[in-house]
Design a protein around this ligand. Structure first.
Ligand SMILES: [Fe+2]
Ligand SMILES: [Fe+2]
Length: 465
């Protein structure tokens, strides 16, 4: 919020919360109609009127001790405030919405309700309605609430996932949650996860397809990290890294954002623009991550470096400020994978970008922010099966790619080819799934076109369609 320091206190949501908390106490301590109650009620009414002028309804949320007015954080360092906030939270209240038209009687009724409130089977809404309160609602936020304003993306990947990929995600989720709760990073799980990604997930076209496609769910850090690890692996393989370096790359990519576990989730997931302090906090995930990783024994020495450098550009800009130092090539690989993954994933504040557009965005960043060679390699790698390429499916069918699939680059439309005559024998869509949820077909191999195969015969009908 860009409120100047001399702003009238009426625009501070804490004034409303404090007013409500004291009114609650007064109604419990003094008889109805006592002048102190009347005075507090008038003050509260004034501050609410002030806030309602700025926005209707007023939405005040308390998330981990911070007060948000209409989604914007309001500082609350003060000890007395913290006490008042924890009182409200003990009552099970951390979200208060007030609508225009609110009456003084309703404020009083809410204060009395809060004083007398004990948890019963009946919902707060029903209890308030019974007291004729229509313009105020009280509630509890879920611990991972993405807030009322954000688009409602599902929290976890939906649909049938490749089983190894699904298992990797749940391992990563657990590692993240443990680290966020203050436990040391579990190196054994990280190592298992790295092995699983390299030897199982990377071999599944279905999993790669799911990683490359847009993600219609809130792309939380643990999903993002697994995906960035897989995409970094694709690039690393393509540029010819050896197996030991690939393992180091996957580990580093998996942990590049681990510093985010130290930042309040409501800031990581905050919809809309961040203010300066919030932006600084988000940017600190690089240094926080590097600190965690340096302290963790058993990791590759480059893992903390990648966490530190992955938001730095090839020109030495970006954050954190490390002078003109150019990021390590491994950090440069992770940066390409990171940006692609972030923009093809849904966020509380942004719809996902389709892969093709994401590639264009990467291309625009090449040279300035990202390493041009790596961007080219990546873009070429993910358009695995361009139109006209000859492939073999897992059903041992020979086929030609006649149309790429924007959402699922690994599952294009094919025309099956007769092995003897090289004549087309029908089309199949490899993105189609069986009733079990798995793909009916995967492409297992890319083949050089043999002599005697006339591509036009296959491609023309599809082009015309
Ligand atoms: Fe990051
Ligand atoms: Fe990231």
């Amino acid at each position: 919020m860009t409120t100047p320091t001399s702003a009238p206190p009426a625009l501070d949501p804490l004034v409303v919360l404090r007013g409500l908390a004291s009114l609650r106490k007064l109604t419990g301590s003094y008889p109805a109609g006592h002048p102190m109650i009347g005075q507090k009620l008038a003050e509260l009414e004034d501050s609410i009127a002030g806030l309602l002028q700025a926005s209707n309804p007023i939405r005040i949320d308390v998330i981990r001790g911070d007060v948000f007015l209409d989604g914007v954080v309001s500082a609350s360092e003060n000890q007395a405030n913290q006490q008042m906030l924890s009182q409200l939270s003990t009552l099970g209240i951390d979200s208060i919405h007030v609508l225009e038209g609110v009456q003084r009687d309703e404020l009083l009724a809410v204060a009395e309700f809060l004083w007398q409130y004990t948890e019963s089977g009946e919902s707060m809404t029903a209890q308030l309605a019974a007291r004729n309160v229509q313009h105020i609602s009280l509630g509890r936020l879920l611990p991972l609430d993405t807030r009322w304003r954000s688009p409602q993306w599902a929290d976890a990947p939906t649909g049938p996932l490749d089983p190894d990929y699904a298992e990797s995600l749940s391992m990563a989720q657990k590692t993240w949650e443990d680290t966020a709760s203050g436990k040391p990073l579990d190196v054994v799980t990280v190592r298992d996860l790295v092995q699983m990604l390299i030897y199982k997930v990377a071999r599944s076209n279905a999993a790669l397809g799911q990683i490359l496609a847009v993600k219609q769910y809130e792309n939380l850090t643990y999903c993002h990290s697994v995906n960035v690890a897989m995409l970094s692996l694709l690039i690393g393989k393509q540029v010819g890294l050896d197996e030991a370096t690939l393992a180091a790359l996957v580990e580093a990519a998996l942990l590049h954002d681990v510093g985010k576990t130290q930042i309040p989730l409501d800031i990581v997931r905050k919809p809309g623009a961040l203010d300066k302090a919030e932006r600084r906090m988000i940017e600190a995930h690089t240094t926080l991550g590097a600190e965690i990783l340096i302290q963790t024994e058993g990791l590759h020495p480059l893992t903390p470096t990648v966490a530190l450098e992955h938001h730095r550009s090839v020109k030495g800009a970006g954050y954190p400020d490390l002078g003109e130092a150019i990021p390590h090539p491994m950090s440069q690989i992770v940066s390409v994978a990171d940006i692609y993954e972030a923009i093809t994933g849904a966020r509380t504040y942004q719809a996902p970008t389709p892969p093709e557009r994401a590639c264009l965005i990467l291309a625009r960043m090449a040279g300035e922010k990202l390493n041009t060679g790596l961007v080219k390699t990546f873009v070429n790698t993910i358009t695995f099966f361009p139109v006209g390429s000859l492939v073999r499916t897992n059903r041992n069918e020979l086929a030609l790619v006649v149309q790429t699939n924007r959402r699922e680059p690994l599952h294009p439309l094919l025309t099956l080819v007769d092995e003897d005559t090289y004549k087309p024998i029908g089309q199949v869509d490899t993105s189609e799934r069986e009733s079990s949820g798995g793909y009916a077909r995967h492409i297992t191999q890319s083949l050089p076109a043999p002599d005697g195969l006339d591509l036009r015969e296959f491609l023309e009908p599809a082009t015309a369609a």
